[in-house]
Write a protein that binds this ligand. Structure first.
Ligand code: ASP
Length: 440
């Protein structure tokens, strides 16, 4: 990561350096992220199905589901409240001069990044109140499996399929069960293999982020806003560690050390969805959460539990109001809590999604004109990427924390059992040697 930052800084200062990074370095990062996304769906299907089939009775499933959803909603409300308190105390928007607002707006008016977010938000906002549930039920399972954005549809199908399997005589489902058991192990091994290239990919991703970032002057104008979000996110991480320690009595440093590779990936890729395979591997093998719990809690969490995102949305909404001198009442702030909660559930687990849903939060407050919303978005756009990296790290940490607490409450937090990528390789070569000797 450090080498990537150094490479980015050095090359950004050289003529043609940025193009070099985009042409020759960035693709390696993209390939790595694609590899992770490639195995996300097979892993969710195999791991969730195995988790459900391992449940000896169906009522346990309701317990896992109920507890995790409750904790997801609870932690998100805490995150939004932290965001609101800190932004109201620091008031980062009041220091923004009109001049800065004009320069920012001129710089980014019509910028593709901003306009595409506004259009996407408009499309999403146009859907009805029940569309969230409606969209969860796919009409074609292969279409759902073919699109990483349809994770909830896949989860719905697998749960439905798994529960139906429990109701069929066991001897009829042995083959299916063995098939998915095997698939699960193979895909987890693919995670190990992909992670061998992580150091190089992280270097490539970091260098790309650095050469694509804005100039320091622009970042400086938004320094207090950025620092406010960062302070909120740090408080949130401390909150997780306290919760985790209170419920499981595990050492917070041990937890962070074992989760670190997933957090690092969340930071560099800005996508909880791309990070999911690694989160699952870390939480199951290195932290010891039983598959029955992690296989449901983590994929669902990656899609609907975004505490970092909702904290950011709360801070950003109030910051924009402060900068544009829009007065927000207590009721308006309550509206922000409610809509940011809904928005974090509805945000896709991909880079920049939190900003799209921010538009919906701003619209719900009802005090911003469409022009003001566009100006507000352009204002914070320059620092969105670094903040996205940080909030994604918090999102992933939140999912892992909830899975640990839920597992503990059900007696499903066991001992870690890490697997090495090459642990079976020795056996293989020994077997080969033995065969060769036999042949001789
Ligand atoms: N990038 C975030 C994630 O994947 C979502 C967001 O806040 O934009 O978790």
């Amino acid at each position: 990561m450090v080498l990537g930052i150094i490479l980015g800084v050095v090359l950004a200062g050289i003529d043609g350096g940025k193009d070099f990074v985009i042409d020759w370095v960035k693709p390696w990062g993209t390939i790595f992220v694609n590899l992770l996304k490639l195995i996300a769906i097979p892993l969710i299907v195999a791991s969730l199905l195995k988790g459900i089939l391992d449940l000896k009775d169906i009522s346990k499933f309701a317990k896992i589901g109920g507890r995790s959803i409750l904790m997801y909603v609870g932690t998100t409300i805490v995150a939004i409240t932290i965001g609101l308190i800190i932004v109201n105390l620091v008031k980062p928007g009041e220091g923004i001069s009109e001049e800065t607002i004009v320069t920012m707006t001129e710089n980014y008016a019509g910028d593709e990044g901003v306009t595409s977010k506004l259009t996407t938000a408009e499309e999403q906002g146009a859907s009805g109140p029940l569309s969230f549930i409606e969209n969860m039920v796919p009409s074609n399972v292969f279409e759902a499996l073919g699109d990483n954005g349809n994770m909830l549809q896949v989860i719905f199908f697998v749960i439905f399929f798994g529960l139906a399997m429990l109701l069929v005589p066991p001897e009829k489902t042995t083959t299916i069960k063995h098939f998915f058991d095997g698939l699960n192990d193979v895909v987890l091994k693919m995670v190990d293999i992909i992670m061998l290239s992580a150091p190089f990919a992280v270097l490539a991703l970091m260098a790309t982020v650095i050469v694509s970032s804005e100039s320091w002057e622009i970042l400086e104008a938004l320094l207090y806003y950025g620092l406010t979000v960062i302070a909120g996110l740090i408080i949130m991480i401390i909150f997780y560690l306290v919760i985790m320690w209170l419920f499981t009595k595990k050492n917070p440093f041990w937890f962070l050390k074992n989760l670190a590779p997933a957090q690092l990936l969340a930071f560099t890729t800005s996508s909880s969805a791309a990070t999911l395979p690694v989160t699952i591997e870390r939480v199951e093998e290195h932290i010891g959460v039983d598959k029955e719990v992690s296989s449901f809690v983590l994929p669902v969490g990656a899609t609907i539990n975004m505490d970092g995102t909702s904290l950011y949305q709360a801070v950003a909404a109030v910051f924009i109001a402060q900068a544009l001198m829009v007065d927000l009442t207590f009721m308006d702030q309550l509206t922000i809590i409610f809509t940011a909660l809904m928005a974090s559930i509805g945000s896709a687990a991909v880079p920049g999604a939190g900003m799209v849903m921010l538009v919906i939060v701003l619209q719900a407050v009802g005090k911003f004109t469409p022009e003001q919303i566009a100006i507000g978005l352009t204002l914070i756009f320059a620092v969105d990427r670094p903040l996205d990296m940080l909030r994604t790290t918090v999102n992933v940490t939140g999912d892992a924390t909830v899975s640990m607490v839920v597992a503990k409450s059900l007696g499903k937090l066991g001992d870690p059992h890490p697997h090495e990528v090459d642990e079976y390789l020795d056996n293989l070569s020994h077997e080969d040697d033995a065969e060769e000797r036999n042949d001789e």
